[in-house]
Design a protein around this ligand. Structure first.
Ligand code: UDX
Ligand code: ADP
Length: 481
């Protein structure tokens, strides 16, 4: 029986390994992590991450050929293939601060592999890493190998949260990069045979190591760039009276452009886009390509601009002040169907409103109070460290912020509502009931274009929708960009 061990039981390691276990009953899969609470949660009925369909997959194979453990050394030693799926935060100090990836956790995982291995192993990079990380890892492994042979592969994961299980069941492609030596090619074939249990052969792409590593950064940069492009258009639409949804639809009909990832929003979030672009920027700079670096930086600049533009719109619409006004925040996760708040645009929007002394009442169906409070006091990039190294429950919570159990409680007595995540329930809640319980004039700022603006206007709301023709009220109170 082939044995797989995955170091890192996070958003990538957990679901990916669960699906490998489900699809490959002949393979034993053990997911290990240094975080005890995380492993305990994976072994309980309350999994540490919310992902549609994940519970089912885990229930089917946990205890059969899928195991979760904190005994990193034992399971790494026993494995034939070791996936590494650990945190790769952005450096906050020293060389490359604010851009380069901090490979501390990666290096520590590599040293563990070298220390405990007694047989040859294939080591697979799963978490996104800067190009040429494989080379560094290879050096750590070979210099500490005691005669054991390691083959490094890059096998980036392209799953998106909220659809992780679907994406893993039917991936657009699986990418495996390896050395162009006979041993490297053999390792590629071994990993390919794992995926071939359920992925059609023509969807398994094999490349050299550097192409695989760069493809992951490039894919995320391209996706984020589409969102920044449509968000840039949304600002122009508001200024001209065009409707960004109509523009997106019209350009998406061009088969060369395609319809996906053209939804204007308050900004993209998530653990990957910003981090990977910063990484790309840093690599360009290190390789003497400042113009290329500058080009990709703009994607992040527009994203930041979109968030501050939204805050400005809220403040300017409400007579240029939100001081002591209750604002309801509907949705805090970075997108629907996940409880993940990493780099969520809600953090910057809330901080912007708090900066203007607003009183916030936040409701999200999946995010805990602790998490929201922690996010609002955490420093930039601190989120990307293992759980046990993050601040525990915050000592002092942000005073102007309270957490509500549902949308009705959050909006009661509020002056305005900001919709920051596109949860389905925000389309169907009773806005008439909400309107009746709010201060007047009552505002809705829809950062995800989920509400029926016309229906809400009929109720009496003043509605702002990203990239849509503006209410007369909003035209009279222009936001300062
Ligand atoms: C992304 C990539 O899609 C995935 O391939 C990669 O493996 C990890 O990074 P993820 O961050 O989980 O996945 O979510 P994604 O669906 O890409 O959304 C990212 C952000 O962009 C979210 O905040 C989402 O709301 C936003 N978005 C997405 C838009 O604002 N508009 C769109 O049209 C699409
Ligand atoms: P991702 O979204 O890429 O899956 P996460 O932050 O969700 O990232 O998960 C990474 C996991 O890796 C965390 O649970 C963390 O505790 C774990 N981890 C980090 N370093 C090590 C290590 N050296 N050994 C084992 N687990 C590690």
């Amino acid at each position: 029986m082939v044995k797989i061990c995955c170091i890192g039981a996070g958003y990538v390691g957990g679901p990916t390994m669960a699906v490998i276990a489900l699809k490959c009953p002949d393979i034993e899969v053990v997911v290990v992590d240094i975080s005890e609470p995380r492993i305990a949660a994976w072994n309980s009925d309350q999994l540490p991450i919310y992902e549609p369909g994940l519970d089912d997959v885990v229930k089917q194979c946990r205890g059969k050929n899928l195991f979760f453990s904190t005994d990193v050394e034992k399971h790494v030693a026993e494995a034939d293939i070791v996936f590494v799926s650990v945190n790769t935060p952005t450096k906050t100090q020293g060389l490359g601060a604010g851009k380069a990836a901090d490979l501390t956790y990666w290096e520590s995982a590599a040293r563990t592999i070298a220390d405990v291995s007694k047989s040859d192993k294939i080591v697979v990079e799963k978490s996104t890493v800067p190009v040429k990380t494989a080379e560094a890892i290879e050096k750590i492994l070979t210099h500490n190998s005691k005669g054991i042979k390691f083959q490094i592969l890059s096998n980036p994961e392209f799953l998106a949260e909220g659809t992780a299980i679907e994406d893993l069941f039917q991936p657009d492609r699986v990418l495996i990069g390896g050395r162009e030596t006979p041993e490297g090619q053999k390792a590629i074939q071994s990993l390919k045979s794992v995926y071939a249990h359920w992925v059609p052969e023509d969807r398994i792409l094999t490349t050299n190591l550097w192409s695989a590593e760069l493809s992951k950064l490039a894919a995320n940069a391209f996706l984020a760039q589409r969102i920044s492009s449509v968000n840039a258009m949304s600002a122009l639409c508001e200024a001209t009276g065009a409707d960004v949804a109509e523009v997106s639809y019209a350009i998406g009909k061009d088969s060369r452009i395609g319809p996906k990832f053209l939804n204007a929003s308050v900004g993209f979030g998530g653990s990957c886009f910003q981090k990977d672009i910063l990484n790309l920027v840093y690599i360009c700079e290190c390789n003497g390509l400042p113009e290329v670096a500058e080009y990709w930086k703009q994607v992040i600049k527009i994203n930041d601009h979109q968030k501050s533009r939204f805050v400005n719109r809220v403040v300017s619409s409400m007579f240029n002040t939100v001081s002591q006004k209750k604002i309801a925040i509907l949705g805090f996760a970075f997108k629907k169907d996940t409880g993940d708040t990493r780099e969520t645009p809600a953090i910057d929007v809330c901080k912007g409103l708090l900066g203007d002394k607003a009183v916030l009442s936040i409701y999200d169906p999946q995010v805990t109070e602790d998490q929201i409070q922690r996010d609002l006091i955490m420093k930039k990039f601190d989120w990307d460290h293992p759980l046990h190294l993050q601040p525990k429950s915050p000592k002092s919570s942000v005073k102007q912020v309270s957490i509500a159990w549902d949308a009705y409680e959050a909006t009661k007595g509020a002056h305005g509502i900001c919709i920051l995540t596109e949860w389905e329930e925000f389309k169907t809640i009773d806005y008439k009931k909400i309107y009746d319980s709010m201060q007047k004039p009552a505002f809705v700022f829809d950062g995800r274009n989920v509400v029926n603006a016309e229906a809400l206007r009929e109720i009496g709301f003043i509605v702002y929708s990203i990239g849509k023709p503006l209410d007369a009220w909003l035209k009279d109170m222009p936001a300062i960009a």
